[in-house]
Design a protein around this ligand. Structure first.
Ligand code: DHB
Length: 444
């Protein structure tokens, strides 16, 4: 077989019955998507297609030629993303791939490198930007074979959760950007475009170099179990957040500035609150009883405002200070920003200055390539046309300000971005597939 050529005669056909639903699909599996792999077993792609498309049939408005290509990743904690296939999830329920195929999508799953991976020589091969480059290479492989790959390679929709949600966000923000080119060349990716049509992002852990300050802006009053030193760090980090926010010069959809004052109050905070208020009202519409939630402010039977501090107390702090760039390099993010020879590094000036282990700082460029925020105003990056970002209203893995700022930037760039804070939802994945599929069907 020629390199990077999709051989559509190499497949198996299978039938699975899960939860009483029958799915017959065609599976093209373990196809290398680069010519010079660093992790040959992992840098492969699986493509699944509803078998009915090969019998001349269709599912809803989709058929072999026009079905969107749904591209979920399995990245969590910035660890490597495994190759998966239709089947059951950890709860023995039909997994997302199974449901996506039943719905009529073509599904493509790429294995991608992640932090902590080493090669035989003991070198770290999964540090940033490896994960993004692998996903881009997989997209390029699909485009390279657009004439033979089932579905519409101009309708690629990525999906992921947490670190995987970040990966999906970055894919949507950095299409074809030259920053990634040398890395893509090195692994032997096809010489093709890697922009995508849409990105679905569940609780994306993005903008990590600004997440410590955002976290303390939100949780600075949640300090019960902190030492005096960490309380002082929290206050210092919280003060830095408005400086960052104001440097972005974000605007809302009416063109009004989304700033914060020295206290951390101001229009950006109101912007974040508006998504929580929307979430509460959406929940009320579904028939929920929210009368016991003491931080909601009511007007004519609807939630008109919230007490933000009360909301933060309800959400509760989950992470220490600093939350992301740990002073002794214990987080997954420290490892994301390692090098071939160093397992982990700092990625903020604050933690570098206060390092408890004299660790090095990651290069600016490496940090940038892991942050979709850095590419939205860059014309060299082709943006996805549509985004759907879900961050659970009680998910405290990052501050609510993080997805809110990203949403504001996307809207400014003319991207159709939808930000949701689903009520009483934790740090979780794919919990509303019906709504996700409805959204996909409405944009393609
Ligand atoms: C993930 C969660 C985190 O809280 C974090 O800081 C990084 C990654 C995750 O689940 O992928």
């Amino acid at each position: 077989m020629c390199e990077l050529v999709f051989d559509d005669s190499e497949y198996v056909t299978e039938t699975l019955i899960i939860d009483g639903e029958e799915l017959k699909f065609r599976a093209f599996e373990n196809i290398p998507y680069v010519t010079n792999p660093v992790a040959a077993e992992l840098q492969r792609i699986n493509i699944f297609v509803p078998e009915v498309y090969y019998e001349g049939g269709s599912i809803g408005k989709y058929s072999l030629g026009n079905a969107p290509i749904f591209m979920p990743n399995t990245v969590g904690g910035y660890m490597p993303g495994r190759l998966v296939r239709p089947g059951v999830d950890w709860q023995d329920k039909a997994n997302t791939i199974f449901k996506a195929l039943l719905h009529g999508y073509v599904v493509a799953v790429a294995g991608v490198r992640g932090r902590g991976m080493t090669n035989k020589a003991g070198k770290y091969i999964g540090v940033a930007p490896a994960v993004v480059c692998d996903m881009k290479a997989a997209v390029r492989f699909l485009r390279h074979n657009a004439d033979k790959v089932p579905g519409d390679t101009e309708k690629i929709i990525t999906n992921g959760t947490s670190a995987g949600g970040a990966l999906s966000s970055i894919m949507g923000a950095t299409g074809n950007h030259p920053d990634y080119e040398p890395y893509l060349k090195a692994i032997g990716a096809a010489d093709e475009r890697d922009d995508i049509f849409a990105a679905s992002c569940y609780c994306p852990i993005i903008n990590i170099e600004n997440s410590d300050t955002a976290y303390e802006w939100e949780f600075r009053h949640e300090i019960d179990r902190l030492t005096e030193e960490r309380i002082a760090f929290s206050a210092e980090l919280a003060k830095m957040f408005p400086v960052y926010v104001n440097s972005l010069a974000l605007k809302n959809e009416l063109g009004q500035p989304l700033t914060l004052d020295d206290n951390g109050d101001g229009p950006l905070k109101e912007y974040v609150k508006a998504f929580i208020i929307n979430s509460a009202n959406k929940e009320l519409k579904k028939g929920a009883d929210l009368s016991g939630v003491d931080w909601l402010v009511w007007e004519n039977g609807r939630v008109a405002d919230i007490d933000f501090d009360g909301c933060v107390r309800y959400r509760t702090r989950r992470k220490p200070v600093p939350a992301f760039d740990d002073l002794v390099l214990r987080t997954s993010l420290n490892m994301l920003f390692g090098t071939a020879d160093k397992e982990a590094r700092h990625f903020t000036e604050f933690s570098y200055k206060h390092s408890g282990c004299g660790a090095a700082m990651a290069e600016e460029k490496q940090i940038k390539m892991a942050n979709p925020m850095c590419y939205i105003r860059d014309d060299k990056a082709v943006k996805a046309k549509h985004y759907r970002i879900c961050h659970g209203a009680i998910d405290r893995d990052t501050s609510l300000a993080i997805p809110a700022m990203f949403n504001a930037l996307l809207c400014e760039a003319g991207v159709d971005s939808k930000l949701l804070f689903p009520w009483d939802m934790w740090h979780a994945d794919d919990y509303d597939l019906e709504e996700l599929f409805e959204w996909i069907d409405s944009i393609v």
